[in-house]
Design a protein around this ligand. Structure first.
Ligand code: ZN
Length: 288
């Protein structure tokens, strides 16, 4: 059977959106996060998949809901880092980014009791103007999963070395251009909106180039109810037009295509065998 690596970017959508809108009460949705873990476990069970997954978790989730992170870790999943808040790295200074990583590592370690060796940037937000980010990541982690393969590296696993810091990079395969935008087919909104056959074709293409396709999903994509939705009256200090805009815009993540997302994910997992955590994959292949 062909192999894939299923990973989840475990962020609290409700908290992150409220924070970005500067809402007073930025309480998120621990219920939604717990529900998404159950749903993911159900999908893994139904498809007879390996039940150990890499959870790239924000520091905020570990800080606010340490019990959830502890439970994920106790079930032998890998706890990795997804930034402290879900801030775009290109909006941060190098110093701010370094400090935010230290905070996230502290919270994740405290909640899980384990060393954190992997990192993925929120929304893969490392562009040409902030490539220093890789150096900050290499100072703190053993591997990175933020690199997009449309740059110069196309090796499936490659060593990053700079200023005496080194780590492994596992690039996300995204060579497909659509309307001048690079498409990361095997995850997020793209996985929701593209037809299953298109996704499978690109997975095959990745595979032919030596990649074990990395699938990235989010808690809110696994749910079909409004568990993470920020309601109209929860956006009190936001102006009226912006409130309406965000009320509807949230559907892009929280409802449009979510049912077909779960269906597609299950189908993919019957064709591709999920091989376990990134850490175990790297160890098995003698990278670590
Ligand atoms: Zn994310």
């Amino acid at each position: 059977m062909k192999e894939c690596l299923l990973t989840i970017d475990f962020e609290d959508f409700k908290h992150d959106l409220k924070r970005s809108l500067s809402v007073d009460n930025i309480l998120g949705s621990p219920e939604g996060l717990s529900k998404s873990i159950n749903k993911l476990n159900e999908i893994l069970k139904q498809t007879n998949s390996n039940n150990q997954v890499t959870y790239f978790i924000t520091g905020q989730v570990a800080r606010d809901y340490p019990d959830i992170v502890r439970k994920i870790s106790e079930n032998n999943n890998e706890i990795a880092c997804h930034g402290n808040f879900h801030d775009m790295i290109y909006d941060l200074s190098r110093q701010e980014f370094g400090k935010s990583l230290d905070k996230a590592i502290k919270y994740l370690k405290l909640a899980s009791g384990k060393d954190i060796i992997g990192f993925r940037a929120p929304s893969f937000s490392i562009n040409k103007n902030c490539e220093w980010a890789f150096d900050e990541i290499a100072q703190r982690f053993k591997y990175d999963s933020s690199y997009l393969s449309d740059r110069d590296i196309i090796e499936p696993v490659q060593e990053y070395k700079k200023n005496a810091h080194q780590m492994l990079t596992l690039p996300i395969y995204n060579p497909i251009k659509f309307l001048n935008m690079r498409v990361r087919v095997i995850g997020g909104t793209f996985l929701k909106l593209l037809p299953l056959n298109t996704i499978l074709n690109y997975m095959r293409e990745a595979e032919n180039k030596g990649y074990v396709p990395i699938i990235y999903i989010h808690p809110y994509e696994l749910l079909t109810e409004d568990d993470f939705k920020v309601k109209f009256n929860e956006m009190k200090n936001v102006n009226f037009a912006k409130r309406f805009y965000w009320l509807f815009r949230q559907n892009q993540w929280l409802s449009i295509g979510n049912k077909s997302f779960v269906y597609k994910l299950e189908k993919i997992l019957t064709i591709y065998s999920h091989v376990g955590t990134v850490q175990s994959y790297l160890k098995r292949n003698n990278y670590l």
